[in-house]
Design a protein around this ligand. Structure first.
Ligand SMILES: [Mn+2]
Length: 306
């Protein structure tokens, strides 16, 4: 297994890292287009095309922050179902916690284990997706890419979904009746009053929470490389605005995030969009934590670049 890097920067020692990136190349329950496993690494490969300077927050996050890409979680004995969930949860729960934790999937089925590891108590979940992911099981499997949000609701979290546009009938009933879910469909987010309501929901988050981004939440014209594409979706700028609103909320404690469900894209625009979205999250989170006021001892210091 080669060593992977983010922005082609040297990996900091794990205990020193301000940002931990864990590839989780799970590909077991894909129902349409394959490639979720490989995508965890191709996002890192294309990230060397990004500039260190992040234009929205106007700084170089990695001048002040240390990044470490961990070895991917891909056990040789290929556990499935409950065993996979338990092993992934234990693996992530053993990692240092005072950092921004970012998992790159892999299928969306990885999310319940990641949330259980980083957010064992009830909190808020911000969920970007085309699909509601509320099925109890899919093709007989309770740990499918179509079920993660069902598990999170079962753990007592409050879920705000956005970009949703593909819903199973039972899911629509649950969304209508369960006060722990707020679902913003992509089309209604085109109306400024509804968009404003989403922004207010996000600024109302308090305490610990988790961000899960299924890349099919975006317009497939922007992100064609996903396992189960759907027309419509969020624009790039809506996505950035959602991240900005989240990190502008001083009352949250983000325990972790994931970016999931990518598949191969011959143009690599999908991977690049994911790589840049991760950089935005790192940048906005870092500024919110005051890293821009800290010494310049980040990963890019001393690295050879021009
Ligand atoms: Mn989805």
């Amino acid at each position: 297994m080669p060593e992977y890097r983010y922005l082609d920067l040297p990996n900091a020692p794990i205990d020193d890292a301000d940002v931990l990136i864990l590839p989780v190349p799970l590909e077991q329950t894909v129902s349409h287009k394959p490639g979720a496993g490989e995508a965890a690494y191709s996002v890192l490969e294309v990230s060397d095309q990004l500039e260190f300077y992040e234009e929205d927050a106007d700084w170089c996050p990695t001048r002040h922050m240390k990044v470490s890409v961990l070895e991917g979680f891909d056990p040789e004995d290929h556990p499935t179902g409950d065993t996979y969930q338990k092993r992934l949860r234990e693996h992530v729960a053993a990692l240092p916690t005072s950092n921004l934790f970012i998992a790159i999937g892999g299928e969306h089925a990885i999310t319940p284990a990641l949330v259980r590891a980083r957010l064992p108590e009830p909190g808020w979940i911000l969920h970007i997706d085309a699909h509601a992911d509320l099925r109890r099981e899919f093709h007989g499997n309770p740990w499918s890419h179509a079920t993660p949000i069902h598990h999170l609701l079962g753990d007592g979290h409050r879920v705000v979904q956005c970009g949703i546009r593909s819903i199973f009938e039972e899911e629509a009933k649950r969304i209508a009746s369960d006060p722990m879910i707020t679902c913003y469909r992509d089309r209604e987010l085109q109306k400024s009053a509804i968009w404003q309501r989403l922004m207010e929901d996000i600024s109302g988050f308090r305490g610990p929470g988790y961000l899960t981004i299924d890349m099919d939440g975006f317009d497939p014209a922007l992100v064609p490389g996903v396992g189960t594409p759907q027309p419509g979706g969020l624009s790039w700028f809506q996505g950035v605005d959602i991240l900005e609103a989240l990190f502008a909320n001083p009352h949250i404690e983000l325990r972790g995030m994931d970016v999931v469900e990518l598949a191969r894209d011959v143009h690599q625009v999908s991977e690049m969009t994911a790589a840049k979205l991760i950089q935005k999250a790192m940048s906005f989170w870092g500024k919110a934590q005051g890293y821009d006021q800290r010494p310049e001892t980040g990963s890019q210091i001393g690295a050879d670049y021009d």
